[in-house]
Design a protein around this ligand. Structure first.
Ligand code: BTN
Length: 323
């Protein structure tokens, strides 16, 4: 642990009481001026730490940043986020960064986070609006031992983890819209972009990217009507670190269920959290669109649609509009 990290953990241990400079320098075995230097660095990172020549230091507040140490604090996972959390203040796209890391051999559970994305990507080549510290922009590297055609299951599993996160930390009723949109009151609060690399008949890695609108209150004109955020829905600023920690915990929980018991329990929960079965929809794909009633989501995560002429279609990906 670096001197800065040690200092931070001793200050936090103080739990609202002053910690003397002397005791810190003794515990960490550095001079008092070295302690002061690190305090200045922590303040530059956005930590609020009071200082007094007589009393020492008082930890007051962590910054609203997705700093790896903050995410790790109290993180109850076995693998996800435990080995590597790669942090950016700004990057093009966390999915692009995660893919680069995966190619270089980054292990399963590696998490990439950024405060801002300059080229945040959505499905179908769309942009993902990623203003600084407005939301969560994160990508997780998975290396499941499943055939490539089962990769869509990881998107559905991720959607379940996101909806569970919102249910457990907020009072908001989050719904999943097939395959990967998370909606609140019919508006999109989060989206998932899954990217996969295969070798022969096996998956080399999957990157699951999550974009969640948390404290964003102003959206560009083209998505203004369709998008929402936790702030818009509740009128309250929400700590993003708490959300990301909860999300990786839920994600790991469902990933382990998947490895142990298969996709059935995930799909069951997905169906409970989605409102699509039995609904009349239009689904648009790159080259065609269908209108009909959703019969089911099958055991591979494929949408089964019965069109107006009674014909059945199996659809693996597309844009859904409720009719
Ligand atoms: C969608 O609904 O179209 C998917 C949006 C996915 C956005 C996230 S933000 C983090 C990760 N990095 C990206 O460039 N995209 C995903």
């Amino acid at each position: 642990m670096s001197t800065k990290d040690q200092l931070l953990s001793y200050l936090k241990e103080g739990k609202g009481s002053w910690v003397s400079g002397e005791s810190l320098s003794n515990k960490i075995a550095v001079t008092r001026s070295a302690v002061w230097k690190q305090i200045c660095k922590l303040r530059e990172d956005g930590y609020v730490i009071q200082s007094s020549p007589k009393k020492g230091y008082l930890f007051q507040k962590a910054p609203d940043m997705l700093l790896p140490d903050e995410i790790r604090e109290g993180l109850k996972t076995r693998v996800f986020g435990k080995k590597q959390i790669v942090y950016f203040n700004e990057t093009d796209s966390t999915n692009t960064r995660a893919k680069d890391l995966a190619i270089k051999g980054a292990p399963e559970g590696t998490l990439v986070v950024s405060e801002k994305q300059t080229k945040g990507r959505g499905r179908k080549g769309r942009n993902w609006f990623s203003p600084s510290r407005g939301g969560i922009y994160t990508s997780l590297i998975l290396r499941p031992r499943i055939p490539p055609n089962e990769a869509p299951k990881m998107t559905l599993l991720t959607a379940v983890a996101v909806a569970e996160t919102l249910h457990s930390l907020t009072q908001l009723k989050a719904n999943i819209k097939w395959p990967n949109d998370i909606l609140i009151n019919g508006k999109k609060i989060a989206g998932i972009l899954t990217e996969i690399s295969t070798e022969m008949d096996a998956i080399d890695y999957i990157v699951v990217g999550l974009g969640m609108n948390v404290n964003t209150y102003n959206f560009p004109d083209d998505i203004h009507e369709k998008a929402t955020s936790i702030f818009i829905e509740t009128g309250k600023h929400f700590p993003r670190v708490k959300l990301i920690r909860e999300y990786i915990q839920w994600h790991e929980k469902y990933y382990e269920i998947f490895k142990k018991s298969g996709f059935e329990p995930i799909l069951k929960r997905w169906k409970e959290l989605s409102n699509i079965i039995g609904r009349k929809i239009m689904v648009e794909m790159i080259d065609k669109k269908y209108i009909g009633e959703v019969q089911d989501i099958d055991s591979d995560g494929i949408l089964i649609l019965k069109d107006n002429s009674g014909k059945y279609h199996r659809i693996s990906s597309g844009d859904v509009t409720f009719m």
